[in-house]
Design a protein around this ligand. Structure first.
Ligand code: PSV
Ligand code: MN
Ligand code: MN
Length: 431
């Protein structure tokens, strides 16, 4: 398999760190053994973890005030794939890329497929974009897309989603994520119920175009860009719509799309209970849809979400396979470094959740032993599983310390000369 980073450089990096890692791994192994846990099983589990990369995340994002481009940013989808290949090579935790159309529309999908398969990458769900107007577009989305009053606007938005399915199909994707910013900025701007009726009619047309083995993911978001009433604002609306549409429609939880302090792990539990939990957009936030790096603000929340997922997995077994994707905007860091670190933070929560003694937890719950129930979770959360994650990477041929290894390769400096900036580079400042 082709590698973007020279394999020898990764091996050299790992050779320097292996001895210390072995010592840390042995120490953690004996702590876990005292708790009756087998470190080898946990490492094997860590090696199975995978989260998709957002193609738009490898470019520097921006806010509505400004975008401060980084050096050597990808200028087209092939260069985005190249950066994604680096992230996967150094972490072995990100084997798929989620594309966003029309940003990632390519005149040469065969070249995309070829590059991806040579580098061990696949294509995750595709995302449609009816929250922006594109050059030469006939109808404007200023007053909505799938919910617009004007039939011609709705038809254009539906046709775009169907085109996304076709584009994704040619690349081997198996799902379509639909997020619309549709809503109202003023009370009275539109009929609240009428907007949702039109949304459902549009979504029914898209649903009909789904291939048999595809899923449709409905992504809710509390607000922005609609500041008074967003049509698909919450998991309840998302759930109701997914139910109306049918079994191939599921709900997608983007962690940043809720009011501060919302109990997201409970939303996860509810959606899973009713068979509608489709997947996640991982990121972190302090105030709103901040799109900060996963685990950078509230790692305990991330852990509690994975604790719920571990509960579902125990109940439903292998049948339960939600889709995991990062959805972040990197404004002040090198996006490759942020995405590698974020994938590892999500993987960390996945492994920590496997440390929870589920039998003990159920017994404490049964006996109303609140303190020990809470401490059971805390003990797992407090355990530093870094040596497990590093060992999983070393054994999978990735880097023990991905950021250090990446910096040592000089990849970004090289790209800065190979990829001179292009005005209006793709990727979004809208997140
Ligand atoms: C909207 O805030 C969102 O989370 C949706 O997933 C979009 O597709 C993405 O960000 C990029 O704008
Ligand atoms: Mn999202
Ligand atoms: Mn978002």
């Amino acid at each position: 398999m082709d590698k973007v980073i020279d394999h020898g450089q990764v091996a050299e990096h790992n050779a320097k760190l292996q001895q210390n890692l072995d010592a840390d791994y042995a120490a953690l192994g004996s702590i876990l053994a005292r708790r009756g846990q087998d470190i080898e099983q946990l490492t094997a589990k860590a090696q199975t973890f995978a989260v998709a990369l957002p193609s738009w995340g490898v470019g520097t994002g921006g806010t509505r005030f400004a975008r401060f481009p980084g050096k050597g940013e990808p200028r087209d989808v092939m260069e985005k794939l190249e950066d994604c290949a680096v992230i996967h090579q150094l972490t072995q935790a990100t084997p798929t890329v989620s594309l966003h159309f029309p940003w990632d529309k390519s005149s040469d999908p065969a070249a995309m497929r070829e590059f991806a398969s040579k580098h061990g990458l696949g294509f995750d769900t595709v995302n449609s974009n009816t929250f922006q107007d594109q050059a030469n577009q006939e109808q404007t989305y200023k007053f909505g897309s799938l919910t617009a009053n004007a039939k011609a606007v709705r038809e254009q938005a539906v046709a775009h989603n169907i085109e996304c399915i076709e584009l994704g199909r040619a690349l081997g994707s198996k799902g379509l994520t639909v997020w619309v910013g549709d809503g109202a900025n003023f009370p009275g701007q539109h009929n609240l119920r009428g907007a949702l009726e039109r949304y459902l009619d549009s979504m029914r047309d898209i649903y009909k175009a789904l291939p048999a083995d595809w899923l449709m993911y409905i992504e809710h978001k509390l607000f922005e860009p609609a500041f008074y009433a967003t049509t698909i604002a919450d998991w309840g609306t998302s759930y109701a719509c997914a139910n109306e549409l049918g079994p191939k429609a599921k709900c997608l939880v983007d962690l940043g799309h809720h009011a501060p302090n919302t109990n997201i792990e409970m939303i996860v539990a509810r959606l899973a209970q009713f068979g509608k939990l489709g997947g996640f957009h991982f990121n972190d936030s302090k105030y709103g849809d901040d799109d900060l790096d996963s685990g950078s603000i509230n790692p305990f929340q991330l852990f509690l979400i994975f604790n719920e997922l571990a509960d579902v997995a125990q109940r439903d077994g292998d049948a339960f396979k939600p889709s995991y994707m990062l959805d972040q905007s990197h404004n002040v860091t090198d996006p490759i470094e942020s995405l590698m670190s974020s994938a590892i933070e999500v993987q960390r929560s996945f492994v920590q959740s496997a440390l929870v003694d589920r039998k003990a937890l159920s017994a404490y719950q049964e006996n109303n032993d609140v303190l020990l129930a809470a401490q059971t979770l805390k003990q797992a959360f407090r355990t530093d599983v870094s040596p497990i994650l590093a060992m999983a990477r070393a054994r999978s041929g990735a880097a023990i310390d991905p950021v250090a290894c990446y910096r040592a390769t000089g990849y970004r400096e090289k790209q800065a000369t190979l990829r001179p900036p292009k005005a209006g580079a793709s990727g979004s400042g809208i997140v």
